[in-house]
Write a protein that binds this ligand. Structure first.
Ligand SMILES: Cc1cc2nc3c(=O)[nH]c(=O)nc-3n(C[C@H](O)[C@H](O)[C@H](O)COP(=O)(O)OP(=O)(O)OC[C@H]3O[C@@H](n4cnc5c(N)ncnc54)[C@H](O)[C@@H]3O)c2cc1C
Length: 322
């Protein structure tokens, strides 16, 4: 069958939550995911710990049992996979949604593999696909990454970590603990205020004692094979370098929404238009769910406070289609 009540784009935690609610409501649905199941979480650092407690990451009323108060990435992958498999969610993995058009009261979806039609669409595409670039010479060298995985690789190497939020702090501490010589370059004058309460004093003390060198109010100026230039308030500083871990953040693919005809705010946040009660956009029967709803403000919504979007959307669709 290629005709559905609702097609959900993205099998992140919120796309899965939407699938569970659609299934529960008796709507015909399909989740389309361009990567693996919970693709963003899969690409998070291997040793990452969530700031939320496990019950706040639960979907579809399935308990999330974690060994510790804060679950790890590995536990979250296990949890969401068990939920998807156990509930037999209809998901097509490794199938990218490329375009959406409308004809009469139906939407046509073209993916990398097939075509579908549906009465409604939920866009739950997250924000982890497009890294913010530093736009400096040498950023395209293979030694530069925007997706940090795990620390062992960097042992005994000169590592530059760019940024001062959670991902940067985790990367700096982990690689330093595995024997890397770590330098941080931070645009602001200190470590980010949102850094996890147990990691902030750790990184600040490592910097204070000189174990990790940090340049604040500074930016990367150029990257070369064996060194980097850092623009500091005192002028350009050049240091030896083997690898750059650029934890400069990510942005949602808002062009995808614009191409569909979804209105965005005109300011720098480019927040998509949607109704707070139903999550419906300016396009009839096209809904937004999860972190994508915040536009460029990717910190306002996360798993624990956007799970509820699934219920709002499927309650609306139940009334319309059943
Ligand atoms: C390091 C880190 C730690 C975090 N810790 C927490 C935490 O403790 N608690 C919390 O609540 N949140 C946390 N978050 C935020 C949370 O992970 C995100 O808010 C969450 O992933 C959002 O879920 P989502 O389903 O909206 O988007 P995502 O999980 O990003 O899922 C979107 C999915 O859509 C897919 N997709 C995109 N475009 C297409 C397309 N065209 N076709 C098909 N599929 C597509 C992507 O591959 C992806 O799988 C953390 C984030 C990071 C980076």
């Amino acid at each position: 069958m290629n005709n559905y009540d609702v097609i959900i784009i993205g099998a992140g935690p919120i796309g899965l939550a939407c699938g569970l609610e659609a299934q529960e409501a008796g709507l015909s649905y399909l989740i389309l995911e361009k990567g693996c199941l919970v693709n963003s979480l899969y690409n998070y650092p291997a040793n990452m710990t969530f700031f939320s407690t496990s019950e706040r990451l639960e979907i579809g009323d399935v308990p999330f049992v974690s060994n510790n108060a804060k679950p790890t990435r590995a536990e979250a992958l296990e949890y969401y996979r068990r939920v998807a498999v156990h509930r037999k969610l209809a998901i097509h993995l490794f199938e990218t949604v490329e375009s959406v058009t409308s004809q009469e009261n139906l939407y046509q979806i073209t993916t990398s593999k097939a075509q579908y039609s549906c009465k409604s669409i939920v866009i739950a595409t997250g924000f982890y696909d497009i890294p913010y670039l530093m736009e400096v010479e040498g950023e395209d060298l293979p030694k530069v990454t925007h997706y940090y995985e795990e620390p062992h690789f960097y042992s005994m190497q000169n590592v530059l970590v760019v940024g001062a939020n959670n991902s940067a702090v985790d990367a700096a501490l982990e690689t330093w603990r595995k024997g890397a010589n770590v330098t941080m370059v931070v645009r602001s004058e200190g470590i980010g205020e949102r850094v996890k309460y147990w990691a902030k004093p750790d990184i600040e003390n490592r910097i204070k004692e000189g174990s990790i060198q940090a340049f604040f109010n500074s930016e990367v100026a150029a990257i070369r094979q064996h060194e980097v230039d850092i623009k500091t308030p005192e002028g350009i500083v050049t240091i030896p370098n083997d690898y750059v871990i650029a934890m400069t953040g990510y942005q949602p693919n808002l062009t995808f929404l614009e191409k569909m005809g979804i209105e965005l705010s005109q300011d720098e946040i480019r927040k998509p238009f949607y109704d707070d009660k139903t999550q419906e956009t300016n396009l009839p029967n096209v809904f937004l769910a999860g972190v994508i709803c915040g536009g460029m403000n990717t910190h306002s919504l996360f798993i624990e406070n956007s799970r509820v979007h699934a219920t709002h959307i499927m309650d609306t669709l139940k009334k319309r289609f059943l």
